[in-house]
Design a protein around this ligand. Structure first.
Ligand SMILES: Cc1cc2nc3c(=O)[nH]c(=O)nc-3n(C[C@H](O)[C@H](O)[C@H](O)COP(=O)(O)O)c2cc1C
Length: 314
């Protein structure tokens, strides 16, 4: 399983444990490195710069392989500059960029040798980021969990490879070895896997959330714009069904005013993230749980190592 990804990061298997808001933590990243893959944590999972630094200190000390940080590069992330500077100071191994322009990240990381992988959902967005000089594209497909794409990996991977000729990592829908092999056969140099790691012993989310990943499957995933204004996958729990998957009439109405749009978007995002946080970490009847169709492969709570075994063993 030697690929461009295993070579540039010096890992055993071409797998990134994908960054997951509220889910990824240092324990999971350390376990990922022990299992021969690499993990990436969203900087947003830390409320303050000192919490973020404490996590990076722990990872530097205990992670037996490379680890990455995910940075949201658009205006919704008002702590962007501080987070980027901390990543540079700690010289993290790689950064995964999502939303917004990765220009500032790529320019700052290149002189330090920090690799930058950019999330893209289509050719149009890839055309904007490739000239900036990213090290690889992450093809976020329509099968992905979280903020998913619109195109299937079946066309997105070959299209990106054909047009840009730079390494492509596939994100979305991988839960077993067949899924990994399929993406490598299509030409991807690795996969970024999120949802299958939610129900692990190392994961910090509530028991109810983990159990939901076991009980529900791919047919129970719906895409909602209610959380952030753009499609995000959630489990279709009875509560989720009761609130629907579209922003409410008032938000829709306010979106029509150009000068208000930005603030309405920020408010929708903030409200959505708060409701995700409540559901992910505590007991509540408002069960809005973010996960992708690849929870289909989750049948019990396992260790990170066991999930990795499932991905690498035939
Ligand atoms: C619960 C959850 C939270 C996520 N949070 C983030 C995030 O904070 N930043 C990001 O770039 N992607 C995020 N993603 C997307 C993942 O990084 C990755 O692209 C996706 O999980 C791949 O699809 P899969 O879940 O089928 O493996 C999230 C996905 C999930 C399921």
């Amino acid at each position: 399983m030697n690929t461009h990804l295993t070579e540039i990061l010096g890992i055993r298997y071409p797998i990134i444990m994908a960054p997951m808001f509220l889910v990824s933590n240092t324990k999971m990243l350390i376990a990922a490195a022990d299992a021969g893959i690499t993990g990436c944590v969203p900087a947003l999972n830390y409320r303050t710069d000192s919490d973020f630094r404490a996590a990076l200190d722990e990872l530097k000390l205990n992670c037996k392989g490379p680890f990455g940080v995910n940075l949201i590069a658009n205006r919704s992330n008002y702590r962007f500059e501080e987070q980027l500077n901390t990543c540079l100071e700690y010289k993290v191994d790689y950064i995964i960029t999502s939303l917004g322009s990765p220009k500032a990240i790529i320019e700052a990381c290149r002189p330090l040798g920090i690799k930058v992988f950019c999330d893209v959902i289509n050719l149009e967005y890839a055309r904007k980021v490739v000239p900036l000089g990213c090290d690889a594209l992450i093809a976020v497909s329509s099968e992905a969990g979280g903020h998913c794409g619109t195109e299937s990996y079946k066309t997105l991977i070959p299209d990106l490879i054909r047009e840009f000729g730079i390494p492509v990592i596939s994100a979305g829908g991988v839960g077993d070895h067949r899924g990994l092999e399929e993406k490598l056969t299509l030409g991807a140099c690795g996969v970024s896997v999120g949802s299958p790691f939610i129900a692990t012993h190392e994961s910090p989310v509530s028991q109810d959330y983990k159990n939901a990943c076991i009980q529900y499957g791919k047919n129970d995933i719906v895409k909602t714009t209610k959380l952030s204004g753009v499609p995000c996958t959630v489990i279709n729990t009875p509560y989720q069904q009761s609130i629907g998957t579209e922003i409410n009439w008032l938000e829709k109405f306010l979106h029509k005013f150009k000068f208000l749009k930005k603030y309405v978007k920020m408010l929708t995002y903030w409200k959505g993230m708060k409701s995700l946080e409540k559901a992910a970490l505590g007991a509540t009847y408002k069960t809005i749980w973010c996960a992708g169709p690849s929870i289909e492969y989750t049948h019990k709570i396992e260790t990170v190592q066991e999930v990795v075994d499932r991905l690498i063993k035939k």
